[in-house]
Design a binder for this molecule. Structure first.
Ligand code: NAD
Length: 431
């Protein structure tokens, strides 16, 4: 039952433990539930309390390491933070299957983000657009004066563009500032620049500036990764004929996603199964990445696949992925969260571009994992085998019982259902 009131006056003034006590009282929580919040693991309560507002505790998820990734000739161990079984296993499995042709290859854009400035009330929108373009050099300089550190690191405002859009509130002139954010995700940097030049933009156009904010549709900051999978690598037996059949199945599954947004949405969800968990593991703004990915999947086309799959003249499967990747190693949570720092250290990356290519490669591998499973045994076989440990815990299994019940269920011929897991646990306990 929800609480009687969500109005918690003065809640923000309490200490973290006082907030927990207050919630326990009003929501009737058990001491175990309150304790779960207070076991803060690697993120201290003080650090958590500084990160967001009204903190009552922290929330743990497993960190799993995806193996076998070779990207641009270098090996990576990739941390995933997520709750879903079989994702890490599938990514690791697929990453191994492109080794014969050298692993993944990246070709990312420069880290250029877009800041938008919305101008309304221009008497002559076309003339206003023209005057913005005429003042481009001056506006670029004004942007760069605000962030000398970014400029020092080789970034800064690169270009200014302007267009007119028709809206229900009338025509608007929309200015895009294109900012190379180097190793920052860039939202704060870009927003600051957009706010700084807004008065000058009003002066130049005679209009009124309303919004000044980054766009998460980061079409100038695309991560691109590709890989080649031989037929022999697509099957465990190494049988090339069987491998070719699997490749044909993968292509049919991909063509389905390409032609149908209902399927493409789930297809892209599978890609984000890798990208979002790595984003979380590395302290990134995963909502920014998610929104950018899905809007890019519908950018100037019907919503479709973020990956592309085809067969080359030798019968190999060639996969590629292209999507916006607004990630950073300075700013945001990455410098504040100790586990994010450890995860970035494990990756051994020192640039935002390095993280972007790792995330894109993992997204491509994850996509192949789903397509290959769907086109062959179906997705549930592998998933349920790994999920069965969770089902054993749900059935009440404790300690060793969890693995014994899971192993017995995996050996079963029949479907793995919660009821069957409960029966197996009861049987074990009666032995
Ligand atoms: P930030 O401002 O903390 O860090 C960026 C700054 O670090 C740069 O402006 C630069 O001055 C400095 N810097 C030092 N070394 C650098 C280097 N090597 N490369 C680049 N810059 C360097 O953070 P940010 O990346 O501008 O903003 C990210 C934060 O903004 C995230 O926490 C995100 O959640 C948040 N945010 C996102 C949105 C959105 O996505 N729509 C909106 C608002 C805020």
């Amino acid at each position: 039952m929800p609480v009687d009131s969500s109005r918690l006056e003065g809640f923000y003034k309490l200490s973290v433990s006082e907030r927990r006590e207050k919630l326990a009282e009003i929501a009737g929580l058990t001491p175990e539930q309150v304790e779960a919040w207070s076991s803060s693991g690697e993120l201290s309560e003080d650090a958590a309390d500084r990160m967001i507002e009204n903190v009552v505790g922290t929330y743990s998820l497993p960190i799993g390491i995806a193996t076998n990734f070779v990207i641009d000739g270098e090996h990576y161990l990739i941390p995933f933070v997520l709750e879903e079984p079989s994702v890490v296993a599938a990514a690791s499995n697929m990453a191994k299957r492109c080794h014969a042709k050298g692993g993944f290859t990246s070709n990312n854009d420069e880290p250029v983000m877009i800041g938008q400035i919305q101008i309304v009330g221009c008497e002559d929108p076309e003339a206003a657009r023209g005057s913005i373009m005429a003042a481009k050099a001056e506006l670029v300089d004004s942007c760069n004066e605000v962030d000398p550190i970014l400029v020092k690191f080789g970034g800064g405002c690169r270009d200014i563009r302007a267009r007119i859009i028709e809206t229900e509130s009338g025509p608007m002139v929309i200015v895009h500032i294109l900012v190379d954010c180097r190793d920052a995700m860039g939202a704060n940097a870009v927003n600051t620049m957009a706010e700084t030049i807004a008065p000058k933009v009003e002066e130049i156009t005679g209009g009124t500036v309303i919004l000044r904010i980054i766009s998460n549709l980061a079409v100038h900051r695309l991560a691109r990764v590709s890989a080649v999978f031989t037929p022999a690598e697509m099957v465990n037996s190494g049988d090339v004929g069987q491998g070719s059949d699997v490749i044909d199945g993968v292509l049919q599954a991909y063509h389905f996603a390409k032609a149908d947004p209902f399927r493409a949405t789930t297809h892209n969800k599978g890609i984000m199964n890798a990208i979002s968990p790595i984003a979380i593991a590395c302290g990134q703004d995963w909502r920014a990445i998610e929104s950018g990915a899905h809007s890019f999947a519908a950018h100037e086309r019907t919503y479709g696949s973020l990956t592309h799959w085809e067969k080359d003249s030798e019968g190999n499967l060639v996969g590629s992925i292209e999507l916006p990747m607004a990630v950073g190693l300075v700013g945001g949570a990455v410098r504040v969260h100790p586990a994010a720092q450890a995860n970035v250290a494990l990756l051994g990356i020192s640039s935002a571009n390095g993280l972007a290519k790792v995330m894109a490669a993992a997204g491509l591998a994850q996509n192949l994992g789903a397509l290959r499973a769907l086109a062959t045994v179906g997705i549930q076989a592998g998933h349920m085998k790994l999920h069965v440990r969770n089902m054993a815990v749900t059935a009440g299994a404790e300690g060793e019982e969890v693995d014994i019940v899971a192993a017995r269920m995996r050996a079963h011929d029949g479907r793995i259902t919660q009821k069957a897991v409960e029966e197996e646990l009861a049987k074990l306990r009666s032995e």
